[in-house]
Write a protein that binds this ligand. Structure first.
Ligand code: HSE
Length: 285
């Protein structure tokens, strides 16, 4: 039997819609695999009641099929579905690494990215690699049609996860179809600042570069209490705040030592808005 852990991820980071992603230290999914004549899947842990165990409907089933690696697969969910933390991507990434090793398929981590992304397509309807890439490669990743660029990065973050659900389909439905030239120039500037910040492990540059005037403002309307939580995080020392992935998780970047105060401020602000939440104090890693 082989056991693989794959981390939660946060995609977009504001200005990098469908391009940027980061791996987070916690939470994570754990996948156990054993060779079997045909694939079976069992799921336990956070939100497991919402995840199909039919291999035809589970991301991990698609990965097993793509690698021609039938197995008894057990998924222990640490990453809740519909959180904005790359839940299905974590399972797909862990399964891809585990099955690749179990059957000696010899694929590199980079080669496993499109395979794990196929699993994602089954769930979200589109094969985005902006969550599977950082879950497989770690650090900060830039995904384009030409491939993936990865840099190791270490930046403190707090992710606050409200007890509400936002479907990726709904969150994609509110994305504007066009942007003005001014918005394009702003976005390129912010995204470039963020990328430089990641390469320098600089939370100030990363926080500044997360600003986004195109996609994020539309998505925040789907998250009860967002403005209040954002303000609270900034007052507690966050250098930047944005929606994590498609939401409803909210990501705050900060300096080491400020995480505890920011986590508590975000949870209290959600509470004041009548929404229960929990916060993870973690690091891009
Ligand atoms: N980039 C994607 C989105 C992440 O924000 O919709 C979820 O796959």
């Amino acid at each position: 039997m082989l056991t693989v852990r794959a981390p939660a991820t946060s995609a977009n980071l504001g200005s990098g819609f469908d391009v940027f992603g980061v791996a987070l230290g916690t939470p994570a999914d754990v996948v156990r695999v054993e060779r079997a004549p045909e694939t079976t899947i069992s799921v336990t842990g956070a939100g497991s009641e919402y995840i199909p165990e039919d291999p035809e409907k589970n991301t991990v089933g698609a990965v097993a099929k793509a690698l021609d690696a039938p197995a008894r697969i057990r998924i222990d969910k640490g990453v809740r579905p519909s959180s904005g933390l790359g839940s299905s991507a974590a399972s797909a990434a862990a399964a891809a690494v585990a099955l690749n090793a179990l059957y000696d398929r010899g694929r590199t981590r980079e080669e496993l990215v499109p395979i794990a992304a196929e699993g994602e397509a089954l769930v979200s309807g589109e094969a985005h690699a902006d969550n599977v890439a950082p879950s497989l490669l770690g650090g900060f990743t830039v995904v384009t049609d030409d491939g993936v660029t990865q840099v190791d990065a270490s930046v403190p973050v707090v992710v606050c996860l409200p007890d509400i659900s936002v479907s990726t389909r709904d969150a994609r439905g509110v994305v504007p179809e066009s942007a003005t030239m001014d918005e394009l120039v702003d976005t390129v500037g912010n995204a470039a600042t963020l990328a430089v910040g990641m390469s320098r492990n600089d939370p100030d540059l990363v926080g500044t570069g997360m600003a986004d005037t195109v996609v994020t403002p539309e998505r925040t309307k789907l998250i009860d209490g967002y403005d209040r939580v954002r303000e609270a995080a900034l007052e507690a020392g966050a250098t930047g705040v944005t929606v994590s992935g498609a939401g409803p998780g909210i990501l705050a970047v900060c300096h080491r030592g400020d995480q505890r105060a920011i986590a508590s401020a975000m949870v209290d602000a959600f509470d004041a808005a009548g929404v229960e939440s929990r916060a993870y104090q973690t690091t891009v890693s």
